[in-house]
Design a protein around this ligand. Sequence first.
Ligand code: NAG
Length: 376
Amino acid sequence: MGFTMGLNLVLLLAMVATNILSLYHLSTTTLIHSSTPPTATPPPVPDYLIRQLQTIRATISHLTRHHPSTSNPTSSTPTTGIPQDLLLHSRLSPIGSSCHNHPDLLHRYMNYTPFSICPHDPDLQETLILHGCQPLPRRRCFSRTPLKPSSSLPLNPFPSSLPDSNLIWTHYSCKTFSCLNHQNPLLGFDPARESTSSFMAFRSELDLPVPQLLQIAKAANSLIRLGLDVGGATGSFAARMKLYNITVVTTTMNLGAPYSEAAALRGLVPLHVPLQQRLPVFDGVLDLVRCGHAVNRWIPVTMMEFLFFDVDRVLRAGGYLWLDRFFSKRSDLDNVYGPLIGKLGYKKVKWATADKPNSKNGEVYLTALLQKPVSK
Ligand SMILES: *[C@@H]1O[C@H](CO)[C@@H](O)[C@H](O)[C@H]1NC(C)=O
């Protein structure tokens, strides 16, 4: 009884959370896209929003009538088929509502034998994380390790090669780094290839070579020591910065290739964090955040707004946001993304745009270096 009620409550909480979220999203999206001046009367609230609100109110009053049971889930009779750890974690972190939206996946993920070897399910984990189930519940099992890892790891972040034997290749079609390079030399699995040129050359206004970046910061009396690279694949930017004794951590996902492992083999910290997650660092602690190719017009505008505001949260006063080749349609840059970036109120240290080569949709690249104001 305690079980079912607990689970019901969790599901209800999940529903409330998602509804509130979608309401918020819907309302902010409306704000962004509406071009009506603030003095005009607000548009009437659509019926479906009112219906959602009523559902939320009904759910909340339901919840307040039924207070959460205090019985310990592990002490009651187990409901057949529900993994114990799933129930335990539902209780510990009821806010992770996105996990509950994918009970089939979560059920598979939590279906393992405690204290033995975990199922090898990195794809399942990525799928759950990308659906917003982040952080994933912890498990009490041992993750697999490669059979014969090499003990000679490179100290240089641009090694001539990465050791193939240090990761598990079973779920990839390629079984070596050279195979990945062969498939696409631009994915960053050949660090030696980048050793001289990456983040160093100035070929067009869209480039911001690291020496120039550091010069700009120095001239503004703003030291760069700590940074975060959003969606930084195999950590190429962090690798370059390491040569300047600057610490950069990289958020990266293993989308079809072992980006996290490659970054780690270069001696760089890979944070397994999707774009929609709150950055796992405290407010005002970073000198620099770089957003590379991963941050582009494919991200829904509302989510991008949350991302930028989260970047603002983690940057210290005087810190820099570097949008490196952000691509969008030119009209969207003028009407949507430009104003969105403007909301941050940052100083435009650099703002360069250029047509994206061979683009059918009239797309442009933007490279911008923006400095967070010292006081707000
Ligand atoms: C980085 O630190 C090392 C060790 O302290 C030092 O030898 C090197 O000159 C530094 N490099 C730069 C670019 O400051």
